[in-house]
Design a protein around this ligand. Structure first.
Ligand code: ATP
Ligand code: MG
Length: 233
């Protein structure tokens, strides 16, 4: 068995004053897996994505991600560690007054890539997400679906080993959603690990060999992988 890139054991989480969202939940993700995280609205998908990307604390249990124990990860180290990860936020978190290409460049600028390398990578990503013609447009003037594609571009531009995508197709029509999943499948074949959180139960059926992790009664239950021949891409 391949090394787990994510190992979560006996996870407890609740927001102050609220009910438990996770109660003794455990799961692991092997390096190179394509995993869908399914659960109804409010079940805790975004919370789990935030926990495993070090943006949210938890009340009990062990969380190991990309070789780090997140309980012991010093805040000053979190930015260096997070370079291994690409995050597609449910609410995009784009800089609205910057252009499409400037938003996608940001992780590369922060990581100190050269100007030439940034240009090459950003152009390649713009092609992948089909936004070449909009590259000089400020994000403020984009549609919801286009903003979603920019946020996907920004998450993949630095070739992270782990991509965490929170409802990455929530604002896209089926054609664009399939295109994004196709893109993710290509990353999967290249060896990257992907976790896609969604309430859309159809999505796993579009990706052959994907695993499914379901949030059920404050626990995490694995119910995959999808069978050969079910892929609709
Ligand atoms: N910062 C917060 N403070 C308090 N409660 C919160 C906070 N963030 C989320 N919650 C609550 O935690 C629960 C899980 O929220 P979460 O956003 O993780 O759900 P989700 O599965 O991502 O839902 P959706 O499908 O609507 O995106 C919800 O009941 C929500 O109201
Ligand atoms: Mg959510």
């Amino acid at each position: 068995m391949k090394d787990p890139i994510i190992f979560v054991e006996h996870l407890y989480k609740r927001y102050s004053g609220g009910e438990w969202i996770f109660e003794n939940a455990s799961f692991s993700v092997s390096s190179g897996d394509f995993l869908f995280l399914l659960g109804s609205s409010g079940s805790g998908k975004t919370t789990l994505i935030k926990i495993i990307s070090g943006q949210e604390s938890f009340d009990g249990g062990t969380v190991l991600v990309a070789g780090k124990n997140l309980r012991k990860l010093y805040p000053s180290r979190i930015h260096t560690w997070r370079r291994h990860i690409g995050i597609v936020f449910q609410d995009f978190r784009l800089l609205m007054d910057l252009t499409v290409e400037d938003n996608i460049s940001l992780p590369l600028i922060i990581m100190g890539f050269s100007k030439e390398e940034i240009k090459v990578r950003v152009m390649a990503v713009l092609r992948l997400v089909n936004l070449e013609e909009k590259r000089r447009v400020r994000c403020r003037f984009l549609s919801g679906g286009e903003r979603q594609l920019v946020s996907i571009g920004r998450a993949i531009v630095h070739s992270p080993i782990l991509i965490l995508a929170d409802e990455p197709t929530g604002n896209l029509d089926d054609e664009h959603a399939k295109r994004v999943l196709k893109l993710f499948s290509a990353f999967h074949r290249r060896g990257q690990t992907l976790i896609v959180a969604t309430h859309d139960r159809r999505l796993p059926l579009w990706v052959e060999g994907a695993k499914v992790l379901m949030i059920h009664e404050k626990d995490l239950v694995e119910i995959g992988p999808t069978k050969t021949g079910e892929s609709r891409l």
